[in-house]
Design a protein around this ligand. Structure first.
Ligand SMILES: NC(=O)c1ccc[n+]([C@@H]2O[C@H](COP(=O)([O-])OP(=O)(O)OC[C@H]3O[C@@H](n4cnc5c(N)ncnc54)[C@H](O)[C@@H]3O)[C@@H](O)[C@H]2O)c1
Length: 345
């Protein structure tokens, strides 16, 4: 039985609490403590959407703390999940790892490469697991698209494009998302999902050319072209949209033999428009991407993290070093946008 705590009980911390009820059906884990600097977050009875029902959960069944240091002193924990503002990711993760505790730290890994390196070093120094919440790597839909592209089944890549747009996240603690020094703006926050997926799928590009818009958070919208040998990939993120605009993502890869698309509807699938031979038509097929237990990608990434701790193994889906590369790439995009010129990687 592995004992753990959640640190940061805002939007995503509460989601992790929800996911716990599904994760524990698959893994021998027990949530023992919750920590949030804001006591309000710990006093509320929370309503969680578990399965198909809204369930009231009484937080007093867990040990409650407003200070992580105190919690680490008093509790005997195997791992923590941290879902705190980004500028705190490295500091809290390193503190916990230096106490021999495995850490699942939400994305983005950190605000800069020095902070990322301190996390990687702490994991090595203490021989503990560090996994970053780049949850898209665990999306069966994105995994299916990646596998098809990398298999070479449809020939060489011609071009690809990934987008992610939403209304501005204005609900956060002290409005930290809109503070560039705390969040890194949309480029490090929302955009990092696509940055991570692109570099995981296609590798690091040879060059980057970006343009950005600066509105409320410093970097609110960014469009980047990544240059590879023989093709390019475009990413676009925008969180400057008016309240109520729905969170929307897309992904499309044009290959010699087919166009591969992430479906937009509620039935998560990958659609393949396979070019016919000399008939000017496509053979269209849809590959369902449900997973067996109908677990979401947050639950799947947690199960992988716990499994790696249990079996003392490294994940072949995600490593701290590879998520650090995503921060490296996002920072290069910032540099390109700031200079108004192409940057060679
Ligand atoms: N993987 C995803 O898809 C995804 C989605 C949303 C957010 N996130 C990430 O999760 C993290 C949290 O985002 P959020 O939306 O939950 O933000 P939030 O503002 O809703 O919650 C942050 C919480 O952290 C608490 N906190 C602040 N300082 C603390 C400290 N020193 N110790 C303990 N608690 C502290 C705040 O009181 C607040 O409750 C961010 O890094 C964000 O990028 C990831």
């Amino acid at each position: 039985m592995l004992k753990f705590a959640i640190v940061g009980l805002g939007g995503l911390g509460k989601s992790h609490l929800t996911f716990y009820f599904n994760v524990k059906k698959h893994k021998d884990v027990e949530l023992v403590a919750l920590c949030d600097i804001d006591p309000e977050q710990l006093q509320k009875k929370v309503e969680l959407n578990i399965g198909t029902a809204t369930v009231p959960v009484d937080l007093s069944q867990y040990h409650l703390y407003t200070d992580m240091d105190e919690m680490l002193e008093k509790e005997s924990l195997d791992f923590i999940i941290t879902a705190v503002p980004t500028y705190l990711h490295a500091e809290l993760a390193v503190k916990a790892m230096d106490k021999g505790i495995h850490v699942f730290s939400e994305k983005p890994m950190a605000l800069n490469l020095e902070q990322c390196q301190s996390m990687v070093d702490a994991a090595k120094r203490n021989n503990v697991k560090l996994q970053i919440g780049q949850c898209i790597r665990f999306s069966p839909q994105y995994q299916c698209l990646r596998d098809l592209v990398r298999s070479g089944k449809y020939g060489k890549v011609i071009r690809a494009e990934f987008t992610r747009i939403s209304a501005a996240p204005l609900w956060s603690w002290n409005n930290w998302f809109m503070n560039f020094d705390m969040s890194g703006g949309a480029v490090l926050d929302l955009h990092v999902h696509d940055v991570d997926f692109v570099q995981w799928t296609f590798g690091m590009p040879k060059s980057v050319m970006s343009m950005a818009s600066h509105y409320e958070s410093g970097f609110d919208a960014i469009t980047s072209n990544y240059g590879y040998d023989g093709f390019y990939v475009t990413t676009m993120t925008d969180w400057s949209l008016a309240p109520g605009y729905p969170f929307t993502t897309s992904g499309i890869v044009s290959c010699e033999g087919a166009t591969i698309v992430l479906s937009q509807d509620e039935h998560a699938c990958v659609s393949v428009f396979e070019r016919g031979v000399n008939d000017g038509k496509s053979n269209i097929h849809h590959i369902p991407t449900y997973n067996e237990g109908d677990l979401n990608y947050y639950e799947l990434e947690m199960i992988e993290f716990i499994d790696c701790i249990e079996k003392k193994r490294d994940s072949d889906i995600i490593s701290a070093e590879s998520t650090m590369d995503s921060i490296r790439l996002a920072l290069i995009e910032q540099e390109s946008a700031n200079k108004g010129e192409k940057v060679y990687v």
